[in-house]
Design a protein around this ligand. Structure first.
Ligand code: MSP
Length: 644
């Protein structure tokens, strides 16, 4: 049955480092929705991807001494692997460095320029590089970025501007006429009062101080502001302004953009205004969910294993992690992620409530009836009560999922699981089994249990990709009674194939022991685990290809407009070389002059911020380059000497 189309998106992620469990939150939620809509018979388009341009990425690449594309390629690979590990069923993965995206963004920019909605002027203001956001003086909080609290930089440059102010009234009207456009309601009020009503200013939409971005096609000194580039992904991925825009015509407008609360602003002001300027319909909804934080505060990469989704999935299993993410916190609110809360959920909801229900039922059908429930059954109390609860659940779950209420939808399913467990206590099958004449009643009780589990297993599919299959195997649930619609029909369990005991679906975890182990993991020796693996062996000849020399710093200066780069002139005996190095945060130019360092003298020259670097100097640093020390050589060793 085809019920129409459903287009859902996640934000596209910055490939600036490894993703943590908080990042998986949006994607797992979107995946649950996509799975649910597919099960209902919708033609689903589920889009995710990576947001690869901008000053932040360019700087990170410079610091790592590689090109921005090289820098992001590895990280994007890791992100794709993570989504596949988490069984994310996205239909498309867009990279903003993909050619088709770049071409469409250029056309979008041109179209807005031709229309007069983009014009050239001069920009002066404050820029927060980590957030890639512009701020006016009055928007700053204590002189810092109001979103993240970090330092901002004063920027002045010739720029293109988007006439955001022109769309203010239409935006307000749209919000009033479409009460569901921004959800939850609290975010709508925040947007309207804090951002739109005080007045929208035209937005600076191009930059000239760096070049890692989509070039403006008619003025190639400028690159398109990264948020214009990024937001466009929702339509360029569908082929907007390309030769093949079939998907665009089928799926646009999006049914929902799922985003974290801090980027609701971009999605409910800039994006709709862009779409209005392009004469395109607006997405039906933008849903701003809350943040998962750690007990002690914000989640960050430095928290290592504790928040590494790969480690968590490996330790506790995919379905447990997905369940926790969607169950623990009402979608829309902020919530705390802790290992203790996770393990408690696994033990109580998954191992105890669901796992035990399945294993007890399978065990009883085997023990009392050799695996097949007989046809001769007798109804009794409280069958009707159980059946009513079970059969009403699919409707409730659908209503809640349609409102993206994952946690309450799961609560409804778990109420049914508890009701079913209570039914075992009420009917006491082990007592019925003692008398031969009560066997028909026992058969009915076990049938009701198996049938309740069948319906439950169908309903958990959007959230858990692995568990339903395990349940179907153990209870021998036939293909045709696994469909989403069949969850509304009581009595589809045929039970003509013997049940098969399988592995425990969710093993219990010893909380105390596990927490102790985790403590060990996060203590000092986890630093060892955080170290990159040793690279594959090379031949001595490969090593010999490198020309490592003793070099003396003759002079050194800061690279203008960069707070990371230093430009050094190095004496290597045979000649003087210019090297650009990302060490400005760790060394002042003065303290470097006279130092003897180690240089790779035969590295192909590269340009960093437009300045040629004719080699590289060696340094030791920790992850993220918080600490960095140059590798230096004793003063007695003459310059130009080879290091081997
Ligand atoms: N690149 C932009 C989005 C552009 S969309 C056109 C971006 N990327 S991000 O990688 O920083 O964040 C991606 C998503 O992850 C955001 O929705 C953000 O809210 C979400 N999360 C990052 N940390 C999070 C938590 N700790 N908890 C929940 N979600 C969080 O923003």
């Amino acid at each position: 049955m085809n019920r129409g189309k459903y287009y859902i998106t996640t934000p596209i992620y910055y490939p600036s480092g490894k993703l943590h469990i908080g990042h998986s939150y949006t994607t797992v939620a979107a995946d649950a929705m996509a799975r649910y809509k597919r099960l209902q018979g919708y033609d689903v388009m589920f889009l995710t991807g990576t947001d690869e341009h901008g000053q932040k990425i360019q700087r990170l690449a410079e610091e790592n001494g590689v090109s921005p594309k090289k820098y992001v390629d590895d990280i994007v690979d890791g992100i794709k692997k993570l989504w596949s590990l988490m069984k994310i069923t996205n239909d498309k993965f867009i990279r903003t460095t993909d050619d088709y995206h770049v071409a469409s963004v250029q056309k979008i920019f041109r179209k807005l320029y031709d229309k007069g909605d983009i014009y050239k002027s001069e920009y002066e203001g404050w820029y927060c590089t980590p957030c890639e956001s512009f701020w006016t003086e009055t928007q700053l909080k204590d002189g810092k970025c109001p979103d993240c609290g970090r330092e901002v930089e004063l920027t002045r440059e010739e720029s293109y501007f988007f006439r955001l102010s022109k769309y203010q009234d239409r935006l307000i009207k749209h919000l009033e006429e479409n009460p569901d456009f921004i959800q939850p309601v609290s975010r709508k009020i925040e947007m309207k009062n804090n951002f739109i009503k005080p007045g929208l200013e035209d937005l600076c939409v191009s930059r000239t101080s760096f070049n890692w971005g989509v070039p403006v096609s008619f003025d190639d000194e400028h690159v398109v502001y990264v948020w214009i580039d990024a937001l466009s992904n929702y339509i360029t991925a569908l082929g907007y302004m390309s030769d093949n825009d079939e998907d665009f015509r089928r799926f646009w407008p999006a049914d929902v953009h799922l985003v974290g609360k801090e980027i609701v602003r971009f999605h409910t002001i800039i994006w709709p205004a862009m779409l209005m300027a392009l004469d395109l319909p607006l997405p039906k909804q933008v849903y701003g969910h809350g943040w998962l934080v750690l007990d002690g505060g914000k989640m960050s990469k430095s928290k290592g294993n504790v928040v590494d989704p790969v480690v968590l999935v490996d330790k506790y299993g995919l379905d447990a992690i997905r369940y926790f993410l969607l169950r623990e916190v009402p979608f829309g609110s902020d919530g705390v992620f802790s290992n203790e809360a996770l393990i408690n959920r696994i033990n109580s909801d998954l191992a105890n409530d669901l796992g035990n229900l399945v294993s007890r039922t399978v065990a009883m059908i085997r023990k009392y009836f050799n695996g097949i429930i007989p046809e001769n059954r007798v109804k009794g109390d409280p069958d009707d009560d159980l059946i009513t609860t079970v059969i009403e659940t699919p409707g409730k779950v659908e209503d809640l999922l349609d409102k993206l209420q994952f946690s309450t939808a799961l609560q409804e399913i778990w109420k049914t699981i508890s009701r079913t467990n209570k039914y075992i206590d009420e009917t006491m099958p082990w007592v019925l089994a003692k008398e031969e004449e009560k066997k028909p009643r026992l058969a009915q009780v076990l049938y009701n249990l198996a049938e309740s589990i069948r319906i439950i297993s169908i309903l958990i599919q959007p959230f858990m990709p692995e568990t339903p299959e395990k349940i179907w195997e153990q209870l021998s649930i036939c293909q045709s009674c696994r469909s989403w619609e069949s969850a509304r029909e009581w009595g589809r369990y045929s039970g003509d194939v013997p049940v098969k005991p399988g592995q425990v679906i969710f093993p219990r975890i010893d909380l105390e022991k596990e927490l102790k182990e985790l403590e060990k993991d996060t203590s000092d020796d986890s630093v060892k685990k955080d170290l990159p693996e040793i690279k594959p062996q090379v031949e001595i000849d490969d090593f010999a290809k490198l020309d490592l020399r003793v070099a003396r710093v003759i002079s050194c200066e800061k690279v203008p407009k960069s707070n990371k780069l230093l430009k050094l002139q190095l004496d290597i005996g045979l000649e003087v070389r210019q090297v650009v190095s990302g060490i400005a945060k760790h060394y002042s130019p003065e303290e470097l002059v006279g130092k003897k360092v180690i240089m790779i003298a035969n590295l192909k020259p590269a340009k960093l911020m437009g300045i040629e670097s004719q080699g590289m100097i060696l340094a030791a640093s920790d992850k993220g380059d918080k600490n960095l020390v140059l590798a230096t050589v004793d003063n007695d060793i003459p310059v130009g000497n080879i290091i081997s």
